[in-house]
Each structure stands twice: as structure tokens, then as C-alpha cells.
Design a protein around this ligand. Structure first.
Ligand code: GRF
Length: 207
């Protein structure tokens, strides 16, 4: 089966991007990382992508008159690279409804909490503050509302009494690096169907 051409959108250090690039090196991985696209030219992840031999592009949101123009330029870049799937990985721009609709069921995001708890920023500090015993991360399809959309996969992490946002966040990040490639593999293999707010994962038939 042809590997699905996938773009990773980043704004920062790109550790999830690196995990996806690493996983996609396996010959039987159903997605190929064809582009790392950043809205910031100083994103650390761009150098990591280049080192890994992945094409990079910068579409700087600051030079555009508005969101539509910025997203139009991103779409043009995605078209040039014949992208079929998008993974948001620490991409710090809110995307507009037309762009999200165009990529419906083909754009994934990773969020460092067990959604629908703790949408938005500072999730680890807020989880500790709220006193939850279980925290984690979520990969979901993107919908216009921030950090919402059908959940593809989640991983749970125990919250320890002595956790700080940093120690908890580090353990969640380790889980993110395993969860995101697993979720992308499911989507790229065509095994994820959305059904309203839910997804259903098809099992693989043997033999
Ligand atoms: C991760 O915690 C991810 O869950 C969130 O942004 C962070 C990105 O980190 N969406 P990195 O750039 O992948 O290292």
C-alpha cells in the first residue's frame, strides 16, 4: 500500500515530530513524513527535520494580512508537497474553520492531557492543582473548537504526590512520543472511522 504523505506542523522544539519521523523510518509504517512546516523560522524542530532528511518550510504568520492569507499560503505549500495527512505537533496557531473543514478527518493533534479535561495551556500544572490522580495525553482529529474533536487514542500517566509540572510533564511527554506514531499509523492505514464525536478502530484481519 502507498504510504500516506504526511506533513508535521510545528512551532517549537519538535520532539513529537522527531518521534513521528523516527517511527516512519520503519518500511512497513503506513505514513511517510514528507514535510515539516513551521510558522516560526526559529523553531528548533526545523534543524532536527533537516538532519533527518525531511523537507522543511516556513510560513511565517506575521507577514500575512490575516488568518485566511496565512492559511492560504500554508495550503499552497501542502499542495506543492502533495500532502494527504497533517499532524499538528506543538503548532501554536489556532486554525480557521475553512482550513479545518478542508482537512476534516485528515488532520491530527496531540494534546498533553486526557481530553476533554484541561483544554488549552499549562495542562500539567492545572492537573496537579485539580488534584487528579490520572493525567495523560490525547491524539484527536482537529475540529474548529480548540483541543476538541474525535479522540483517536489516549495514554494515561499516574500523578505522584511529589510531582511538579515539570516531572509530570516529562512522563507525559514520553507517552506522547509512543502514542502519536501509533495513532498516525492507525489513521494512515485507514483503520479509523469517525462516528459523530467518537472514532471506531477497525481490527486487522489475520491471514
Ligand atoms: C507537546 O506537549 C504537545 O502535546 C503539545 O505541545 C507540545 C509540543 O512539544 N501540543 P514538542 O514540540 O513536540 O516537543
Amino acid at each position: 500500500m502507498a504510504r500516506r504523505r504526511t506533513a508535521i506542523l510545528i512551532s517549537g522544539r519538535g520532539s513529537n515530530m522527531s518521534a513521528l519521523i523516527g517511527a516512519a523510518r520503519a518500511p512497513d509504517f503506513p505514513a511517510e513524513i514528507a514535510l515539516a512546516l513551521s510558522n516560526r523560522s526559529d523553531a528548533g524542530g526545523l534543524a532536527l527535520a533537516r538532519q533527518a532528511g525531511v523537507a522543511t518550510a516556513v510560513v511565517d504568520h506575521k507577514i500575512y494580512a490575516g488568518r485566511d492569507e496565512f492559511e492560504g499560503s500554508m495550503q499552497a505549500m501542502l499542495d506543492i508537497h502533495r500532502i494527504e495527512l497533517i499532524c499538528l505537533a506543538g503548532f501554536m496557531r489556532v486554525l480557521g474553520a475553512p482550513f479545518v473543514a478542508r482537512w476534516r478527518d485528515r488532520m491530527l493533534n496531540i494534546h498533553p492531557s486526557l481530553l476533554p479535561s484541561f483544554r488549552g495551556l499549562d495542562t500539567h500544572a492545572r492537573a496537579i492543582e485539580a488534584g487528579v490522580k490520572i493525567h495523560g495525553c490525547t491524539v484527536h482529529f482537529v475540529e474548529p473548537e480548540l483541543d476538541s474533536g474525535p479522540i483517536i487514542a489516549q495514554a494515561a500517566v499516574e500523578v505522584r504526590d511529589d510531582d511538579t509540572p515539570e516531572t509530570l510533564g516529562a512522563r507525559v511527554l514520553t507517552q506522547e512520543h509512543a502514542l502519536y506514531p501509533a495513532a498516525l499509523a492507525l489513521v494512515a492505514a485507514g483503520r479509523v472511522q469517525t462516528d459523530g464525536a467518537r472514532t471506531r478502530i477497525a481490527t486487522v484481519r489475520q491471514g
